[in-house]
Write a protein that binds this ligand. Sequence first.
Ligand SMILES: *[C@@H]1O[C@H](CO)[C@@H](O)[C@H](O)[C@H]1NC(C)=O
Ligand SMILES: *[C@@H]1O[C@H](CO)[C@@H](O)[C@H](O)[C@H]1NC(C)=O
Ligand SMILES: *[C@@H]1O[C@H](CO)[C@@H](O)[C@H](O)[C@H]1NC(C)=O
Ligand SMILES: *[C@@H]1O[C@H](CO)[C@@H](O)[C@H](O)[C@H]1NC(C)=O
Length: 179
Amino acid sequence: MLNGVFFVCLSLSLYSAGSSLSCRWMNHKYRELSEKSLDLIDTMANNSTNTTEDAEVDFPNHLYNQASKASAEDKLHFTVQVLEEIVSLFEEDHSNASWENKEENFLHVVTQQVEGLHSCFGSQGHKKKNKKLHMYFKRLSSHVLEKMGHSAESWELIRKEMKTHLIRADLLALSLLTN
Ligand SMILES: *[C@@H]1O[C@H](CO)[C@@H](O)[C@H](O)[C@H]1NC(C)=O
Ligand SMILES: *[C@@H]1O[C@H](CO)[C@@H](O)[C@H](O)[C@H]1NC(C)=O
Ligand SMILES: *[C@@H]1O[C@H](CO)[C@@H](O)[C@H](O)[C@H]1NC(C)=O
Ligand SMILES: *[C@@H]1O[C@H](CO)[C@@H](O)[C@H](O)[C@H]1NC(C)=O
């Protein structure tokens, strides 16, 4: 009985935590920008590289699985961190990927997504970063980009991996949308 009451209270508080995060920006702008960033990362594809191999770093499925069970606020924080880590990874030397400034448009849109999502946090703005997620991005930097000399091939591997992140982070963020 007590367990039942506890469960109902917990559900109610999770529910209200969820609805308090339903910010207007999220409902009106998020989808448009996330579709745009997915389109833009496609335009950066390099079909002349050999990317039959995968990045030597496993995709952090477990971190997404954890995040998908977390509170609305934590989902949002996780999504923001993913987008911020993507932006900082693309700041590394990409002179061997001939993107002709396409990456600037892409990063501009991702930065708009980050800024918009920040507006959803309200007062409880800052939160500790997910260390494992951060370490994963560090490994991509050292085990893929540095190891392969920031070559066009290494950037194509990273680009594909980042596309997967955009899709996964999107699913997480869209699960927060109110109808
Ligand atoms: C690369 O390949 C994809 C699918 O195979 C195609 O849609 C895209 O237009 C190609 N891009 C370039 C720059 O050739
Ligand atoms: C692509 O892979 C094949 C076989 O692994 C190799 O012979 C070829 O040189 C590679 N091409 C490039 C551009 O790296
Ligand atoms: C694609 O990769 C090749 C090397 O395989 C590189 O010479 C070329 O500049 C790259 N193009 C783009 C658009 O990154
Ligand atoms: C990257 O480009 C530089 C020249 O800008 C070249 O010296 C270097 O070998 C390239 N690295 C790879 C792995 O292609």
